[in-house]
Write a protein that binds this ligand. Structure first.
Ligand SMILES: Nc1ncnc2c1ncn2[C@@H]1O[C@H](COP(=O)(O)OP(=O)(O)OP(=O)(O)O)[C@@H](O)[C@H]1O
Ligand SMILES: [Mg+2]
Length: 237
């Protein structure tokens, strides 16, 4: 199993359970959407998966490794994580250095890391911005640069939190194509953009009231306006 979550419980303040009992598995080859109303706990769940938050109880395995402090270096080698706020990801003086930073840390040569970074910058239309810093980019450009930095690490598992925020339709389509062509093991992506998700993923996990209310194919769910309404996800308003 690529991701295994067993009876995960999480709260920020006691008696206010954000995740009350979460159990699901993600297999090799899975492309999974994480859906849920604003504040339903999607980001909290994703941050638990990579050890940024520690479950109050329950167990998380990534590539069969227990996600706990002593294993985090190993776990994060497998997982590329895109924060909801791209600013959390970009901290070097230039975008090029942001993208080469991770691979250089893992021992890739400067020349190879730079080649790879330039390829990714071109793929995301950011060649001209290689030597600018993140705060000189637009919100959407920052998001693409952050994704380039993640892909440069060639992760097995890609976990993305709201990757389409701030992207225009052409870039949303381009991002969908990049993810469809991506050859890693498993993709888990949280978004409010249900139609975009339906292009990129096959299966949906819906978070509602601290639980996985639905774990099933995304296409039929998208047709089921009543169920979506009941989950706080109106399709038409
Ligand atoms: N640091 C924190 N301290 C206390 N409560 C928090 C904290 N971070 C998040 N929460 C609460 O936990 C709940 C879940 O937040 P989370 O960010 O996981 O939701 P989300 O589903 O990702 O929402 P969105 O769709 O807006 O991104 C919310 O009610 C939020 O107010
Ligand atoms: Mg969120």
């Amino acid at each position: 199993m690529v991701i295994s979550v067993d009876n995960l419980v999480y709260y920020y303040t006691k008696n206010n359970y954000i995740l009350s009992d979460i159990t699901f598995n993600v297999k090799d080859g899975d492309r999974v959407a994480l859906i849920g109303a604003t504040g339903s706990g999607k980001s909290t769940l994703l941050e638990n998966l990579i050890g940024l938050k520690q479950p109050k109880s329950g167990k998380i395995l990534i590539n069969n490794i227990h996600v706990e402090d002593k294993n985090l270096v190993q776990v994060r080698r497998y997982v590329g994580f895109g924060f909801q706020d791209a600013n959390d990801q970009l901290f070097m003086p230039t975008i090029l250095e942001d993208i080469t930073f991770g691979p250089r840390n893992y021992g890739v040569s400067r020349a190879e890391a730079t080649d790879k970074a330039r390829f990714l910058l071109a793929e995301f239309g950011l060649e001209a911005y290689a030597n600018r810093s993140a705060h000189e980019l637009s919100g959407g450009q920052r998001r693409l640069a952050a994704l380039a930095a993640i892909l440069a690490l060639e992760p097995d598992i890609l976990i993305l939190d709201e990757p389409t925020t701030g992207l225009d339709p052409a870039w949303r389509r381009k991002l969908a194509q990049v993810l469809l062509n991506w050859l890693g093991k498993a993709l888990l992506v949280a978004s409010h953009d249900l139609h975009w998700l339906a292009r990129v993923t096959k299966r949906a996990l819906v978070l509602h009231e601290g639980k996985i209310a639905i774990d099933g194919e995304i296409q039929p769910l998208l047709q089921d306006a009543q169920t979506l309404e009941n989950l706080g996800l109106p399709v038409d308003w």
